[in-house]
Design a protein around this ligand. Structure first.
Ligand code: ATP
Ligand code: MG
Length: 273
């Protein structure tokens, strides 16, 4: 037996068993998992022993009051913040992310969307996707390197998916707020990530835009693992199968939305507000 297959086997055995099955008996392989993660900022524990297991293709919502540690958790997964202790794994115990740089983590297939859209305002919608597809080589060089047919098709597919096919030639700066958010999701998709981390996607959106965003994220799940942080509970209910509730840096509750929203502890610290 080769060393590689032995390592894979030991990974299989070592994969942690969740405290309670959140997706029923037939679990998919794990995609991303966080084990006993803690972060301190000058002695203040922003995350305190957090364990989170995400199945491949799962769409998980992360909810909880302000300051609960939701963004900090995303920062630790993407390498922006170094945890004080604990681990983050992608697909295998061989990929331990807390030792890697932000660029290396992104390269392994973790895409992050921040709350404020960060599109290139003067460039067209199409060019924004093109820049994302080709990676960080500098705007000028990238736009002068020709796209091949497969890349053009990929961008066309993405624009269709995010509902901006009719806006391909418009400067991104002229889009409505919701459309900019979709463009940024499209730009993430151009990099073909395995895991998408999305922080407060519907903040500032109209009701119709939020509904469209829910449809988009649901259509992406299955092929990719998606973690969404959001305070808009109507939105969370419309997309979430399973939710994790963070409170004061700890996992307070986890499970199907219908169950979690009846949990008296969750109502007390968050939903009852
Ligand atoms: N770089 C930092 N230095 C010091 N404290 C920080 C830092 N980043 C976050 N914190 C603190 O850690 C706690 C968790 O913050 P975090 O931003 O993760 O919360 P959140 O759950 O995303 O909240 P919100 O819903 O308001 O976005 C807060 O008390 C915050 O002030
Ligand atoms: Mg936050």
């Amino acid at each position: 037996m080769s060393t590689a297959s032995m390592t894979e086997e030991s990974h299989e055995r070592a994969t942690p068993t969740p405290p309670a099955p959140v997706t029923g008996p037939a679990r998919r392989p794990l995609s991303l998992w966080v084990e006993n993660l803690s972060v301190s900022f000058d002695g203040f524990k922003a995350l305190d022993d957090v364990t989170l297991l995400l199945d491949s293709g799962e769409l998980r919502c992360l909810i909880g009051p302000n300051g609960a540690g939701k963004t900090t958790l995303m920062d630790c997964i993407t390498g922006k913040t170094r945890p004080t202790s604990g681990s983050v794994f992608l697909e295998s115990r061989l990929n331990e992310l807390t030792r890697l740089s932000e660029v290396e983590i992104a390269g392994l297939g973790i895409g992050r969307k921040f709350q404020r859209p960060t599109v290139f305002q003067e460039h067209t919608v199409f060019e924004n996707c093109e820049l994302a597809l080709k990676g960080p080589k500098g705007v000028f060089r990238t736009l002068f390197a020709r796209l091949d047919a497969a890349q053009r098709r990929r961008i066309a597919e993405i624009l269709e998916l995010i509902g901006l096919a009719d806006h391909a030639r418009r400067p991104a700066g002229l889009l409505a707020h919701g459309q900019k958010q979709w463009l940024e999701i499209g730009m993430l998709l151009a990099q073909d990530p395995k895991v998408l981390l999305i922080d407060e996607p519907v903040a500032g959106m109209t009701h119709a835009e939020a509904e469209r965003t829910a449809e988009l994220l649901k259509s992406l799940a299955g092929q990719r693992t998606i973690v969404v942080v959001e305070h808009d509970m109507e939105f969370v209910r419309s997309i979430a199968r399973n939710v994790t509730v963070l409170h004061e840096g700890r996992v307070l509750a986890e499970g199907p939305m219908a169950q979690v929203q009846k949990d008296p502890r969750v109502i007390e610290v968050y939903l009852g507000q």
